[in-house]
Design a protein around this ligand. Structure first.
Ligand SMILES: Nc1ncnc2c1ncn2[C@@H]1O[C@H](COP(=O)(O)OP(=O)(O)OP(=O)(O)O)[C@@H](O)[C@H]1O
Length: 611
């Protein structure tokens, strides 16, 4: 009835009615109630445009209606009403066969939460999906993985050498209480240790930024190195000779050779770790060195930060070499002049694999890989993100690769919050430099409020600013310096010493303090003085800082909206590392993709993976 009434109202209001004719209304109502197309006008005033075919009587009246004709909704069969006693005296149960009915994807009526969720899900798909750059991992798989590692609580549960186990707490993670393996360590360490066959196997380790991937690949590789050394006949023969000669040299009147035979591993390393930058060589090399003190193996670092003389003498040291952490360029050029240096590599680890297999690095990375491939037992690729292009490359080149991924891969931890500054509004009027400086001043001033003026010291906040273009790093850093902020650009041309000093202060977990010259924290960070002593700032592109363990960083400013979700993950990943809290601030200008920022923010809030 409602349909008819409204159709009448429509008929009465939408078109002028011929006063002589109520029949037109009745006819219109009739046709509309039958869901027939209706053409406007009055039959009797000559304004009607009814198709002549409608006046032709059906020649099918005697036939039974087709199923789809039974319903007013074409194509949808009408449900047969069975009346109040329809359920009685049945001889079968009306139960659907097969899988239970899935819950509807659509929001239920009167359920506000469901409705909102539906809306946000649809919106999420809109902007991020358009530029989806990351491989998706089903949530079912993530849940299964989570369950599988729930029982691993300690490093003692892994079949690692006792010296390695104790080196974790005594050397690498010294000072930390209640040490537990992280999800990627729980997943990867047993799987890498359990490889029985000496035939080459390939692995991909993918886990969130700052989640301990370095130890996840180093511990099993060093374990394998020491296990192989224990059964190596060349090494045991050399050791016997060494012991014999040292004993002889202690005898009075010894006149034999003063030098030892070269170690069998001279210029023949077993474990190679490739990383994209010299800073990462130092960082990963430091972890390897600290393990080597306890476990006794020779680890060396090769990068632009190390002199050619030192590199040469380390590689060709008669005492041998076991593990090298290097940039691919350096190792590839060394292998060009002496291909044998890669002839006995058993473990090749390619850290930051998404960078090392992208256009700028892939030729040198594959040059090292190709030379080492014949002897490799484990090839381990490691990354915090699996971009689609890396995924495609891996599917093509390494079809049997084991992928070890953590339950939270591609999600930015909830403990990292993301704030947005609309730079198009007052007082910035699209001046991003000003907005950036202002944000840093606010962080500094906020920290100063908690300074204890009696101690005469104020804690220094370490802040990272990310830009999209390398050329912009210097420009922004200079502007910040002009606003009294201690800022440095992280790029090739920055003075090396200044760069490493700054980076060191960002990678040390120890709190840093500055002196309070006038006793009052408020006056020190007053704008009138034009200097902000309690902040240190690095301006970088994420490539320059990829993988750097900036444990001291709590604030990250995204000066430019990142081009992809991959960049969001790596940039925000410099804060909130290993369970710490962090804060991101994104500066959004008038030409920036606000929808993407909103969606990233929403995903972060909901703890979902970015796409
Ligand atoms: N089990 C653990 N418990 C506590 N801290 C750990 C543990 N494993 C590693 N760490 C610490 O966590 C920090 C981050 O580790 P690491 O640099 O290996 O992270 P990552 O996953 O490689 O990060 P990125 O993807 O950014 O390179 C380091 O300071 C490291 O000492």
């Amino acid at each position: 009835m409602v349909g008819i009434e409204s159709a009448m109202m429509h008929a009465l209001t939408a078109k002028p009615i011929c006063p002589s004719c109520l029949f037109a209304v009745a006819t219109r109502v009739f046709f509309q109630s039958r869901r027939q197309p209706w053409t406007a006008g009055c039959l009797f005033s000559g304004r009607a445009k009814v198709s002549p075919s409608r006046m032709v009587l059906s020649d099918r009246v005697a036939r039974a209606p087709r199923q789809d004709e039974e319903s007013h909704d074409y194509g949808k069969p009408r449900r047969k009403s069975e009346g109040p006693f329809g359920g009685m005296n049945r001889t079968f149960a009306p139960v659907r066969e097969g899988a239970p009915r899935q819950p509807s994807h659509y929001p239920r009526r009167n359920d506000r939460d469901q409705k909102d969720k539906g809306k946000t899900d649809r919106r999420r798909v809109k902007a991020m999906k358009m530029q989806s750059s990351l491989t998706s991992i089903p949530y079912g798989e993530r849940t299964r993985t989570k369950k599988s590692i729930a029982d691993t609580e300690s490093f003692s549960q892994f079949h690692l050498l006792p010296t390695l186990k104790s080196a974790i707490s005594d050397e690498v993670l010294k000072g930390l209480k209640d040490i537990k393996p992280t999800p990627i360590q729980r997943l990867a360490i047993p799987q890498l240790l359990e490889q029985k066959t000496s035939r080459r196997k390939e692995y991909l380790l993918a886990a969130e930024t700052g989640s301990g991937k370095t130890l996840a690949y180093l511990l099993p590789a060093i374990n394998a190195l020491k296990a192989a050394e224990a059964v190596d006949p060349d090494i045991s023969a050399w050791r016997k000779g060494y012991e014999k000669q040292t004993a002889a040299m202690r005898e009075p009147g010894y006149e034999g050779p003063q030098e030892f035979d070269p170690h069998p591993t001279m210029a023949r390393p077993k474990v190679i770790v490739l990383v994209p930058t010299a800073e990462l060589v130092d960082q990963v090399g430091a972890v390897a060195k600290s393990l080597s003190h306890a476990v006794k193996f020779r680890a060396c670092m090769f990068s632009a930060n190390v002199s050619a003389k030192v590199i040469q003498s380390s590689m060709y040291s008669p005492r041998g070499i076991d593990l090298i952490v290097s940039t691919p360029h350096l190792l590839a050029s060394m292998a060009d002049s002496d291909p044998n240096i890669l002839s006995r590599v058993s473990h090749l680890i390619i850290d930051e694999a998404d960078s090392l297999f992208d256009r700028s690095f892939s030729s040198v990375t594959t040059a090292v890989l190709d030379r080492a491939l014949p002897s490799i037992q484990q090839l381990i690729l490691c990354s915090a993100t699996i971009p689609k292009r890396l995924d495609n490359f891996l599917l093509k080149e390494f079809q049997n690769m084991d992928r070890i991924t953590t339950p939270n891969l591609h999600a930015i931890p909830r403990r990292v919050q993301l704030g947005v500054i609309d730079v198009s509004k007052d007082p910035y009027r699209n001046n991003k430099d000003l907005a950036c400086a202002d944000a840093i001043w606010s962080i500094g001033k906020d920290a100063a409020r908690f300074a204890d003026s009696r101690s005469g010291e104020i804690e220094i906040r370490r802040i990272m600013v990310f830009v999209n273009e390398r050329e912009k790093t210097q420009e922004v850093a200079e502007y910040l310096v002009s606003k009294g902020i201690d800022a440095v650009a992280l790029h090739r041309d920055t003075e090396e010493q200044r760069q490493s000093e700054m980076l060191e202060s960002f990678t040390s977990a120890k709190p840093m303090t500055a002196e309070l010259p006038e006793g009052s924290s408020q006056s020190v960070v007053g704008r009138s003085r034009r200097s902000l002593p309690n902040t240190k700032v690095i301006v970088a592109t994420d490539l320059a800082s990829r993988g750097i363990d900036t444990v001291a960083v709590r604030h990250v400013i995204l000066y430019d909206v990142p081009h992809t979700t991959i960049d969001f993950i790596h940039r925000l990943g410099r804060a909130g590392r290993m369970g710490r809290r962090g804060r991101g601030i994104v500066l959004v200008g008038k030409n920036d993709r606000r929808d993407i920022v909103a969606e990233v923010r929403e995903s972060m809030y909901m703890g979902q993976a970015l796409i």
